[in-house]
Design a protein around this ligand. Structure first.
Ligand code: SF4
Length: 739
C-alpha cells in the first residue's frame, strides 16, 4: 500500500531543519588527541590527504597531512570543516521506522532487518525480482561499491541497481570508453604543471575542486596559457588568457569549430593520427561547415575569441584539457566529451610528459565508484554485464551460475519513471538523496509516495529518507576502512578513525547482514574490508579497470597506486597511453564524429531566459553533510539567482529582490544576486538545497541517450519579480564568492 510522507512539520519538530553545528561555527575539540589518523577528505574527487584528531572515539579536529603528494597539506573550506559532521546532533544513532501519524520512532536492528527482508520478499514474490530496485552512491568506498554490486545481483536478485554517479561522471565515462576503450583521466595532475596551454571546460575548479587550482597556478607560474570555457566568469576565468563565455548547450559547436581551425591551419599531428587513431576523416567531415560565423551564432562567443583559443591550442607543444559537469550534464554530454577528445587526438598530445586529458570526478569516489559494478550495466573491473565472457568470469569469481546473474537494469532516473509506471514497488537506497539531486524533483517525490516499501541507509535524515518506511543508521567516511580512487586514478586508503556511535552500524556490516537474511550469507562473509578488496582485485583482473596488483600494503607504502596495475610487481600507471596501446578493439584511439545539435529545451517567447545550475565552494552536492556545518552554512546559507545587470534591468530586478523562476516543470523563488560575471541571457542557481529551495524542481528530466545523464545544465525559464525581498541570511562572504 502506498505510503504518504511523514508530515514535514513533524519531521522539523523532531529532526530538523538541519542544525548548523556548532551553532557559532568554531573549533570544538582542542584537547590533546588520543591519536592522529591519516585518511582523506570525505567530499570531492580530489580526496585530499588529511589527519583526523581522535579523542574519546570522537573526531576532535584535524591536522594537515603534509606528505600526501596530491595536496601536500592544502585543504579547501569544506575540507577544514569536514570533521564537524562527526558527533553532529542530527546524526542517526539507531534504525528508525515511520509510524503513521507519529513520525519516525527508533526500533531495534533485529526488527528493522526482519521488516526490511520480509518486505523485499513480499514485493518480489508478488511482482517479480526486478520490482525491488537499489540506488547507491559514489561517496562509498571501492569495497562497498563492489559489495553492493554483488549484493544487488546475488542477494536482492534484481537487475535494477544504479548509482548517483549517473548524475555525475557517466558522460565522461561514455566518451572515454568510446575514444580510448578505458575510462580514466590520462594523467596524474603532476603533468599539468608544465603544460604550455590548458583548457578548462565546464569546470569551476576554484570552487568545486579547490585544491586542484594549485596545479593550474603552478602551470601559470611556468608560463602556461589558460583557456576557460564557462557561461560565468568563474574565479579561474578572471585571470585566464582567454575566457570563452559560452551559451549553455553550445559546447560541441565550439569544440567542432576549433577542430576545423586546427585542420584549416594544419595544426595537426599527422604521424599520431595515422599510426594510432581511427575515424579522423569522418570526424573532420562532420565539422567542415563549422566556420567562425556559424560558431559565433551557436555558442554566443565572439569569433575572435574562438580563433584565439584555437590558435593557442593549435600551436602549443604541450597541453592539457580538463572538463567536468559543465559540458557533461547535457542530453549530448557524451558528444561534448567526444568533441573535446577530438581536439586532444588531432594534436596527438596525449601519453607523453605534460600532455593529457582529464575528466574531473565530482564525488569522493566518483572514479572508483564507476569501476566496480554498482552501475546498472556494469560488472567489476569496468566489465559489461551484457558481455557473455564478462558475465562468465564474474560468475566464477562469485561462485554462482551465470544464468542466475541478472541482466542490464534501469538507470537512476529510469527507475523513477518505472516507479510511476508501477513496475518498481520497492526500493533500497544508500548515500543517495534523489529528492534533491535528480531533476524535476516533484516528479521524484510523487514516485517516492507511490512505493510500497522504501528502506534508506544513511547517516543523516536526508530529504529523501523522510519518505522512507525504515531508515538504517549507517556509517560515516571516518568509521569504516577501505579504499577510494581519486580523480587522477590514484587508489588511496581510507582509515577508520572511530567506530559508529551508539546503535549506528558500519554500512558493510548492514549489507552483509541483509545478504545473510536473504539466504546468501556464505557469499558475503568478509571479516575485514581488506578481504573485500582482495576479492575485488581478483574480480577486476583482466578488466580495463585492473586493480589486481594493488594491495592495501602497497597503497599505504606508496601513498596511493594508480590503476591499471595488473600484477603484484607492477608499479601502477600515473600516465596512460605512453605505449600507444589503446584499449579499444582495434587498439587505436578513436576519433568520433560529432554533429552539433541544440539542447533539448531551447528558449522561446514563453520561457526566454537560459537557466543553468552548479555548485558553490562551501556546499557539497545535495548538502546532506555540508548544510549541517555552521561555518559552511554561514558562507552561503541559501541559493541565490545570479543574474546579469542588463537582464536584471530588463525585468526591473534589483539585488536582493525575490524572483519567481518558472519552467515547464514548476516554479520556485530565489533572491536575486545581480553580478556582472554571468552571460546576459543566462541565470545561474546552485543546487545544494532541498524543498522550496531546490532548483531541481525546475530542471528537466531529459537524458543523454548513451550516458543517461540528465540535462541539468540547460533549460528555458521565465523570471517574475515579486514585491518581496530575499531573507537577510546572506553574508558578505556569499557575495564575495560570486563577485
Ligand atoms: Fe575535500 Fe575536495 Fe576540498 Fe580536497 S578539494 S579538501 S577533497 S572538498
Amino acid at each position: 500500500m502506498a505510503k504518504l510522507p511523514v508530515s514535514v512539520d513533524k519531521i522539523i519538530a523532531e529532526y530538523g531543519p538541519h542544525k548548523a553545528y556548532p551553532p557559532q561555527g568554531g573549533f570544538y575539540g582542542t584537547n590533546e588527541p588520543d591519536k592522529l589518523v591519516k585518511t582523506h577528505c570525505c567530499y570531492c574527487g580530489m580526496q585530499c590527504g588529511i589527519q583526523l584528531k581522535v579523542k574519546d572515539n570522537k573526531i576532535a579536529g584535524f591536522e594537515p597531512w603534509m606528505e600526501f603528494p596530491f595536496n601536500e597539506g592544502r585543504l579547501c573550506p569544506k575540507g577544514v570543516q569536514r570533521y564537524m559532521q562527526n558527533n553532529h546532533p542530527d546524526r542517526l544513532l539507531s534504525p528508525i521506522q515511520r509510524v503513521e501519524g507519529k513520525g519516525f520512532e527508533p526500533l531495534g536492528w533485529d526488527q528493522a532487518m526482519d521488516r526490511t527482508v520480509s518486505e523485499i520478499k513480499r514485493i518480489q514474490k508478488s511482482y517479480g525480482n526486478d520490482s525491488f530496485a537499489m540506488l547507491s552512491g559514489v561517496s562509498l568506498t571501492n569495497e562497498k561499491s563492489y559489495m553492493i554490486g554483488k549484493f544487488a545481483r546475488i542477494a536482492l536478485k534484481t537487475a535494477n541497481l544504479d548509482y548517483n554517479g549517473r548524475l555525475c561522471m557517466v558522460s565522461a565515462g561514455g566518451g572515454n570508453k568510446k575514444a580510448f576503450g578505458l575510462d580514466r583521466s590520462s594523467n596524474s595532475w603532476a603533468d599539468l604543471a608544465h603544460a604550455e596551454v590548458i583548457i578548462v571546460a565546464g569546470a569551476n575548479i576554484s570552487e568545486t575542486f579547490p585544491t586542484l587550482t594549485h596545479y593550474i597556478w603552478q602551470a601559470r607560474d611556468n608560463g602556461a596559457k589558460l583557456i576557460v570555457v564557462d557561461p560565468r566568469m568563474i574565479p579561474l576565468a578572471r585571470t585566464a588568457d582567454v575566457h570563452l563565455p559560452i551559451r549553455p548547450g553550445g559546447d560541441s559547436a565550439l569544440f567542432g569549430a576549433m577542430l576545423k581551425i586546427l585542420v584549416d591551419n594544419d595544426w595537426l599531428d599527422h604521424d599520431f593520427i595515422d599510426q594510432y587513431t581511427s575515424g579522423f576523416e569522418a570526424t573532420i567531415e562532420a565539422v567542415k561547415d563549422y566556420d567562425l560565423d556559424w560558431a559565433e551564432e551557436q555558442t554566443g562567443i565572439s569569433k575572435d575569441l574562438i580563433l584565439e583559443a584555437a590558435t593557442l591550442w593549435g600551436k602549443a607543444k604541450t597541453s592539457f584539457l580538463m572538463h567536468a559537469r559543465g559540458i557533461e550534464h547535457h542530453t549530448k554530454g557524451v558528444e561534448n566529451v567526444l568533441s573535446c577528445i577530438n581536439l586532444v587526438l588531432a594534436t596527438g598530445r596525449i601519453g607523453k610528459p605534460y600532455c593529457g586529458y582529464g575528466t574531473i570526478t565530482g564525488q569522493g569516489n566518483g572514479q572508483g565508484g564507476r569501476e566496480h559494478g554498482h552501475k546498472c550495466d556494469q560488472l567489476p573491473g569496468n566489465r559489461d554485464i551484457t558481455n557473455p565472457e564478462h558475465r562468465k568470469y564474474i560468475s566464477e569469481v562469485w561462485g554462482i551460475n551465470e544464468k542466475d546473474m541478472p541482466g542490464k537494469g534501469l538507470t537512476a532516473y529510469e527507475q523513477i519513471e518505472a516507479i510511476h509506471r508501477g513496475e518498481i514497488k520497492g526500493l533500497i537506497s544508500i548515500c543517495f538523496n534523489p529528492l534533491v539531486s535528480l531533476p524535476n524533483n516533484n516528479y521524484v517525490r510523487e514516485a517516492l509516495e507511490k512505493l510500497e516499501f522504501y528502506v534508506c541507509m544513511d547517516t543523516f535524515l536526508c530529504e529523501t529518507a523522510r519518505y522512507a518506511d525504515i531508515v538504517l543508521a549507517g556509517s560515516l567516511h571516518e568509521e569504516e576502512e577501505g579504499t577510494v580512487t581519486t580523480a587522477e586514478g590514484r587508489v588511496v586508503k581510507i582509515n577508520a578513525a572511530i567506530t559508529p556511535p551508539n546503535n549506528a552500524r558500519r554500512d558493510g556490516d548492514i549489507i552483509m547482514e541483509l545478504a545473510a537474511r536473504l539466504g546468501e550469507g556464505d557469499k558475503f562473509s568478509y571479516p575485514t574490508s581488506e578481504d573485500i578488496f582482495n576479492e575485488l582485485r581478483v574480480a577486476s583482473k583482466g578488466g580495463t579497470a585492473d586493480y589486481y596488483g594493488i594491495t592495501y600494503k602497497k597503497v599505504e607504502e606508496n601513498m596511493g597506486v594508480f590503476w591499471p596495475c595488473p600484477s603484484l610487481d607492477h608499479p601502477g600507471t600515473p600516465r596512460l597511453w605512453e605505449d600507444r596501446k589503446f584499449r579499444t578493439p582495434d587498439g587505436k584511439a578513436h576519433f568520433n564524429p560529432v554533429a552539433y545539435r541544440p539542447a533539448s529545451e531551447v528558449t522561446d517567447d514563453e520561457f526566454p531566459v537560459v537557466m543553468t545550475t552548479g555548485r558553490v565552494v562551501s556546499q557539497y552536492l545535495s548538502g546532506t553533510q555540508t548544510r549541517r556545518i555552521g561555518k559552511l552554512v554561514d558562507q552561503y546559507p541559501e541559493p541565490l539567482l545570479e543574474v546579469h545587470p542588463k537582464l536584471a534591468l530588463k525585468y526591473g530586478i534589483e539585488d536582493h529582490d525575490l524572483i519567481r523562476v518558472k519552467t515547464r516543470r514548476g516554479e520556485a523563488e530565489f533572491p536575486a544576486h545581480v553580478v556582472e560575471t554571468i552571460r546576459e541571457d543566462t541565470v545561474f542557481i546552485p543546487y545544494h538545497w532541498g524543498g522550496k529551495f531546490s532548483i531541481n524542481q525546475l530542471t528537466i528530466g531529459h537524458l543523454d541517450p548513451i550516458s543517461k545523464i540528465p540535462e541539468f545544465k540547460v533549460c528555458a525559464c521565465q523570471l517574475y519579480k515579486t514585491d518581496r525581498k530575499g531573507s537577510d541570511k546572506r553574508t558578505k562572504t556569499a557575495y564575495q564568492s560570486s563577485l
